[in-house]
Structures are given as C-alpha cells and as structure tokens.
Design a protein around this ligand. Structure first.
Ligand code: CUA
Length: 252
C-alpha cells in the first residue's frame, strides 16, 4: 500500500471516529433527541395543547386535508415543547418557522420532536409535503406571546364560532371555496342560493337549502360540472349546518 492510500485510510478512520463522538456528545451532553417515530403514544384524532407545568408543554398536532388541528397554537417564549404529530388521511409535512421542527405526519403513526418556543411573534406552521390540491392552503400559526398559556381545556374546546362566517373558516370551507366569485379548488359560493347549477352528469338543478345541505354532508352526491369530486364530507351538527346555511344565504 503506498503512502497516499495509507493517509486516506487513516483520515477516513479519524473522520468516522469524530462523527461517532459528535453523535454521542449531542445525545448525552446536549440532550438532543433526533426527531423520531414514537411507539409509546397512541395515534390520536384530535389536536390539543397540554400544559405540563414549569414552562413545559405538550402539543398533539393532527394533520389532515388541508389544515392543522389545532390551527393556532399559543405559547409563551422560551417554553419547552414536546410535539407529537399524526395524520388522519394522507402523509403531510410539518415545519414550524423559526424552529428546527421538521417532521412528517403519517397516518397511524406518531412522530415527535422537542423544541424551544422561539421569540415573540407569529410563526407559520407549514405543510411541506404535497398532500393534494389545497396543499398550499395548509398553514397554521404558532403565536408566541408573553403569558400566552394554553390550557388543556382551552385547547380541547376551541371557542365556539359565534356565527356562520367564523364557522366557514373553522371548518376549512374557505380552503377551497371563495365567497367573492373567484375560482378555487371548488366552485365559488358567491350568490349560491337560487343559482342554476350544472352537474357533472349533465343535469342541472337550482341551488336550494336541501341541495346545499346535502353538498356539505355528502359532497359527492352531486358534483358540479368541471370540478373533481375531492371534497370530504364535513361533519356538522344540525345547529352548525343551520349557521352555515344562514351564512351562505347571506353571501350576495
Ligand atoms: Cu398537507 Cu401538504
């Protein structure tokens, strides 16, 4: 073996040793956990924020087409957060601006990361895995504010939307449907009531309360011509349905 080969061999060996030492150092001295799939947390279907006390929080984040739940997380700066993420439908991504959080959200699996809440202000929570037509609408918010302590109760039961407009946003209808006439993934809902609707099967109908209610609860029953049957059924209570209908009736 000539001297150059020998030197390369020794350099490679030294590098490997260095990498291994760096790995042991980060895992022990710095207490940094590599983002990982955890098996001791059951996949969950509802998102929430839990206050563990002493500046520690646990966030259980659900990713679904095309929103995060909770869509808005409020935490105080400097808090230490254990973040768990799962998905309901397809694979999504999760990146929180200003942090090193970069995870995949996979159905049936819980992925985890630990991070320190960054500086005051708003940080976008972004889906960075293409997950369907409204992928680019899948953005949440981390709001960092002094004393912004989210309690479990607060997070589990988000304040009830007081009117149909808020409900329209809360149910993510606005991810695909505009109310100003502009086209989206789905047809605009501007001036919907009384409008003549052409369906994919060539028939037409006039949009009335029965049709709109059905389109919310069973969206593929009547697909509007020119649009793909992508809309998931929206689970709404009778009261929520009434508020949505009242709102849509008022959209000129
Ligand atoms: Cu979810 Cu892209």
């Amino acid at each position: 073996m000539d001297r150059t080969e020998n030197a390369a061999l020794i350099a490679a060996g030294a590098l490997m040793t260095l990498f291994f030492a760096a790995l042991v150092w980060t895992a022990t001295a710095l207490d940094i956990d590599v983002p990982t799939c955890v098996t001791d947390v059951e996949p969950f279907r509802d998102g929430r924020v839990i206050d563990r006390g002493e500046g520690r929080y646990e966030v259980q984040m659900v990713a679904k087409m095309w929103a995060f739940e909770p869509a808005e997380v409020r935490l105080p700066p400097g808090a230490e957060v254990d973040l768990y993420v799962s998905a309901l439908d397809v694979t999504h991504g999760l990146h929180i601006e200003g942090t090193n959080v970069n995870l995949m959200a996979v159905p049936g699996v819980v992925n985890a990361a630990r991070f320190r809440v960054p500086d005051l202000g708003e940080h976008a929570i972004i889906c960075h895995e293409y997950c369907g037509v409204a992928h680019h609408h899948m953005v949440g918010r981390l709001i960092v504010a002094e004393g912004a302590v989210a309690t479990e109760a607060e997070a589990v039961a988000p304040p009830a939307a007081s009117d149909g407009a808020a409900l329209f946003t809360e149910k993510n209808c606005d991810a695909c449907h505009s109310v100003d006439g502009s086209d989206g993934v789905g047809p605009t809902l501007q001036g919907l009531f009384g409008r003549e609707v052409r369906l994919a099967d060539g028939s037409t109908l006039r949009a009335d309360e029965t049709y709109v209610a059905e389109s919310i609860r069973d969206p593929t029953a009547h697909v509007v011509d020119g649009y793909d049957p992508l809309m998931p059924a929206v689970p709404v209570t009778d009261d929520e349905l009434r508020r949505l209908l009242d709102y849509l009736r008022g959209v000129p």
